[in-house]
Design a protein around this ligand. Structure first.
Ligand SMILES: [Zn+2]
Length: 432
């Protein structure tokens, strides 16, 4: 990838809950992503990008600040693993990518679904316009507000801008438009009549449709699980259609040639690969996220299989724009020589859930969310056991020790950063 000038726009597309391996360009068997695949053909595709958390707020804040969750302080979702409206808020002294770009003269706008991207957590810092599609806790994921986005783009197309787009469309319960719900499973006639179920839940104000939705699934019934995957894939296709329209709109505005596109996700989704539905564990289906970067001047379809992290996105964007002199961060530009190339390590963590370390061919997981009786160190040899099913920790305590030391070094020694000032706010209803 070559560096460019500061006359380029940035669009960061962050799809909530999109696992990399359900996209065609990452080898998926269903046609979930023709537009994203076409984008990838003009882009650099990172085959091994890992997010910093399997949940929304810590992961996206790591993308926005290029810091591990411990060092940006937004270590859990709203309410954390408990109840109530407690929110961790980003330390005022930590700059976000939007703040940096705004200082550099970029017009900044964000179109999010809200929820755990609630602006007051610090996500709205640096954005002149910060839209949250969901107004209430546990409201259904909304339809993508494309008219609002296109209007903003049209009115700012003559300036240099930074646009951040986020959607929960791929997050359960996958309330995408009806025409998408059966495109990958026409014949399903099992227990889950999804669209009816969703409508019933929606009629109960104040109740989360998400938890009962997953509870009603018969985990023993392969048909149910297959259908969940089919509607998940339908939601991916819905998002893909929007991405196609967005890219076409950039062409129409004649700004496609000077707009950098970064396409990624905050975490994936588990379909019982490791015993549960949803996302709170640290296995690859949760941490392996897509990362596709289209930068002007870079036309070829290049795949890079280095292990990299979500925190590398911000320094890469700033590097592409020749923006220097930023405060120390954990991430490293993907286009400049990298000091850790010989020993790449990737880390993920979330308060109450645990943490994971990838180093060389090993992955260590400390699953804090499990009860004390079943919790144990987990170590996997990813070359022999890429699906992470054969825990070899007890036979390899020396490797476990090495992994823990590497994590300490990465978190506390490689980059010297002050710990964030812990800031918490409580709201009775966090989304109003
Ligand atoms: Zn998320």
């Amino acid at each position: 990838m070559q560096k460019t000038t500061d006359q380029h726009n940035i669009i960061l597309i962050g799809i909530d809950t999109l696992r990399a391996d359900h996209l065609g360009c990452y080898g998926y068997h269903r046609p979930t992503s023709p537009a994203i695949d076409a984008l990838a053909k003009e882009s650099v595709l990172f085959e091994n990008c890992f997010s910093q958390a399997p949940i929304t707020a810590p992961s996206f804040m790591s993308i926005m600040t290029s810091r591990y969750p411990t060092y940006h302080g937004v270590v859990s979702n709203i309410g954390g693993t408990g109840r109530g409206g407690r929110m961790y808020v980003l330390d005022q002294n930590i700059p976000t990518m939007a703040e940096i770009l705004k200082k550099e003269g970029y017009v900044t706008g964000a179109f999010t679904d809200g929820g755990n991207l609630y602006g007051k957590l610090g996500f709205d810092r640096g954005f002149e316009y910060y839209s949250m599609n969901l107004k209430y806790e546990f409201q259904m994921p909304g339809i993508i507000p494309k008219d609002e986005i296109f209007k903003w783009l049209e009115s700012n197309s003559s300036k240099k801008f930074y646009l951040f787009f986020h959607t929960f469309a791929v997050h359960n319960p996958w309330a995408v438009p009806n025409k998408y719900l059966k495109i990958f499973d026409h014949n399903y006639n099992g227990k889950l009549l999804v669209s009816q179920l969703l409508m019933d839940k929606l009629k109960r104000p104040g109740r989360s449709p998400r938890v009962p939705f997953l509870e009603i699934v018969d985990k023993e019934d392969k048909k149910d699980i297959d259908y969940l995957k089919a509607i998940y894939d339908s939601a991916v296709r819905y998002v893909d259609d929007f991405v196609g329209e967005l890219l076409a709109f950039l062409e129409k505005l004649k700004i496609d040639k000077n707009t950098i596109i970064v396409f990624t996700a905050d975490h994936g989704e588990e379909f019982l690969e490791h015993g549960i539905l949803g996302h709170k564990q640290f296995y690859n289906e949760l941490l392996h996220v897509p990362l596709i970067i289209k930068a002007p001047g870079f036309k070829e379809f290049v795949k890079i299989n280095d292990e990299i992290q979500s925190i590398d996105i911000m320094p890469t964007v700033l590097d592409l724009l020749n923006i220097r002199n930023i405060a120390p961060i954990h991430g490293m530009s993907l286009i400049s020589p990298r000091s850790r190339d010989n020993e790449p390590i990737t880390l993920a963590e979330a308060q109450g859930l645990g943490y994971a370390i990838r180093y060389k061919k090993y992955k260590y997981i400390f699953p804090a969310y499990k009860s004390y009786k079943v919790r144990e160190d987990e170590l996997y040899d990813l070359e022999k056991d890429p699906s992470e099913n054969n825990n070899i920790a007890l036979q390899n305590l020396d490797i476990v020790e090495e992994m823990l030391c590497r994590r300490e070094h990465e978190l506390y020694s490689r980059v010297t950063l002050p710990h964030p000032r812990r800031k918490i706010i409580y709201l009775e209803h966090p989304f109003t």
